[in-house]
Write a protein that binds this ligand. Sequence first.
Ligand code: ZN
Ligand code: ZN
Length: 596
Amino acid sequence: MISIHNHRLNTTIFLYCLMILLSAPACNTASKQSAKKSADDSFESFTLRFLDDYWKQNPSAAISAGYGKYYELLKIPNQDAFDADIAFSKKYLDSLSHFNYEMLSGKYKTDYKILENQLRSTVWYIDTFRNQQWDPSYYNLSNDSYEIINQQFAPLNDRLKTLSQHLQYAPEYYRAALQIIHEPTREYTELAINQNEGGLDVFGQSLADSIRASSLTQPDRDSLQLRIGRTIAAMKQYVASLRKMLAVGTTTFRDFRIGKELYDRKFSYDIVTDYTPEEIYKLAVSAKNNYHRHMYTLANVLWPKYCSEKKKPEDTLLMIKTVIDAVSLHHAEPEHFVDTIKAQINALERFIIQHNLFDYDTTYPLQVRVMPAYMSGVSLASASQALPYANSAVTYYNISDLTAIPRERAESQLREHNHWMLSILSIHEGIPGHCLQGVYNSKSPDTIKAIFANGAMVEGWAVYTERMMLENGWGNQAPEMWLMFYKWSLRECCNVMVDYQMQCTDYQKSAFVNLLTNEAFQEKEQVEEKYHRAKVSQVQLCAYFTGATEINALRDAYRHQQGKAYSLKDFHEKFLSYGSAPVKYISELMINENKQ
Ligand code: ZN
Ligand code: ZN
């Protein structure tokens, strides 16, 4: 993939070399270099000014990034505020356009593109996509409040005072939200009810404990309590209003499907790739068929070991499913679940060192922990990467405590995440997936790329590492390991298929259930969860497969270019050194840098 501006850059380098060959006066080259340096310097100071202004304009984003400033601000979501966001973005798009893009070096060219995409996308989301009108779950004060209380940006007393200021206009916030909501989708309305109700916990017992532990003066304490009380009331009122919209017949709800036109634009803003949604869709379908062929071969190999007593089904997919079910009975027990994963992470660490896959040592700030209560109930395991501005660079691998849920549900979770699946999960969430990438991301001094992290790069990386580890011998090439790998991978390509069809076509639930149950071997509960998610997200489900497809293509190109000098470790170290930029931009930088 060589884009137009790469081409121009190459031409510049070529002329530059020619000048040296013709022994051009040294001052020419020197002045050219210093002009480039000063373009980079002024771009760098521009981004610092921009960022502080950006956080002030988007205090909620500042909280998510761990910036530690402007947390007291709460943007009341009325039309003026949205207009101001558009004006802000247009102003900075104009500032960007005054830079001579061609004079910037590779790193800054990429930052330029990332900022440009971010600002254009902000304008598009507000004036065209308009989810601020049809997604009531957009409005929720609990997440930011949780962060203000728990981030270590200031001593407890100051954090509580900040929270108090932040909540001062909570009633106005929810009133404005109700005014701007127009023809929401039923699904997002239900989601908003659940999430706002769930969010009330943030203002419960543990906050009361923090206030008691603080040394706030009595007046500060009283005013904080008053504002918390008003916030709770406003959230409940918001939930009640949304419930009423669902109950009475007078509200018009729009279809959850956004349609092809919006989908295409959202795909290009969110993913940032040269692939079209249709190209990715076709690749996903052919990957699915390819996985089925491999699984059929593997299931035949495993049949005598696991199913010799049974009659072999004629139907290919049913035969595969029979073997999967039998293999899935090998799993950890709820009591040993956390220890099993801890041991697995240690084994994965040893493996990537022994196989020379990364410049890794075990002092990397990575911790396995039981999932904190406020995150639990959503998934079996997850990764928490350090925030871009956080002082601590620790990334966490969070694991659910399965002894805390009913035995039957725990067993079902464990069959799904059986012995082999569990190690793929640990590769994806832990090492060398999200946690390891998080460590590299916080080592990278590249703020712009860390802040405006590209979801397809982040998910694509975790997916990329799954196959890479197996190819390098994780699981000893056991047929069980590969069978489960393909089952896992079917999720990723089916995610693309259902997302596209749900959002752009008249795809029905029966077809959805049929695909995931019969062709991706998923359980009823998983299928229902996915169906819900496919109605309250668009494009995001494509991030996994698209990102991994791009990374594999880049690795091929890089290997080809490097020839004998190529090593997998070198590819990984280089790739991760660019922070969480879109793979498309990393490709341009990696391939170019190497040509110089
Ligand atoms: Zn160019
Ligand atoms: Zn992931």
